[in-house]
Design a protein around this ligand. Structure first.
Ligand code: SF4
Length: 125
């Protein structure tokens, strides 16, 4: 017996309402409501392997600022976001930090890296 799931596409600000028809095994067999191909791939991914970009800050020692913004280099599995938040909360990096610098490789075994979102110079004493 097939079932339906409904989403709002978050791939662009238009926010199209998507309806995904699933077969008995949970596979997406039909996507409706999308007005471009990105909506279809978003819907299929959301059903099979939902992911989100993770963003937060980490503590920095010896920097001009005490924290540095970070994000996941690629979208991370939604079910791992709390574990990733805990891992990032426990991190303390030394300044200087370079934008794009990998601060945690393969965070929580997700194959996703946590990278710095900005440069952060060392403090001058
Ligand atoms: S389906 Fe296409 S147009 Fe609609 S919100 Fe998604 S990306 Fe934007």
């Amino acid at each position: 017996m097939s079932s339906e799931r409904k989403f709002i596409c978050v791939s662009c600000p238009l926010g199209c309402g998507l309806t995904v028809t699933l077969d008995d095994s949970g596979e997406a067999v039909k996507v409706e409501g999308n007005t471009c191909p990105r909506g279809e791939s978003y819907a299929r991914s959301e059903v099979k392997d939902p992911r989100r970009v993770f963003a937060s800050t980490v503590r920095v020692s010896g920097g001009k600022l005490p924290v540095c913004p970070v994000r996941s280099k690629t979208p991370a599995p939604r079910g791992k976001l709390f574990d990733i938040a805990r891992a990032v909360a426990g991190l303390n990096v030394e300044a200087p930090v370079k934008i794009g610098q990998v601060l945690i490789h393969n965070v929580c075994g997700t194959d996703v890296d946590i990278v710095a979102s900005r440069d952060l110079e060392a403090a001058k004493f």
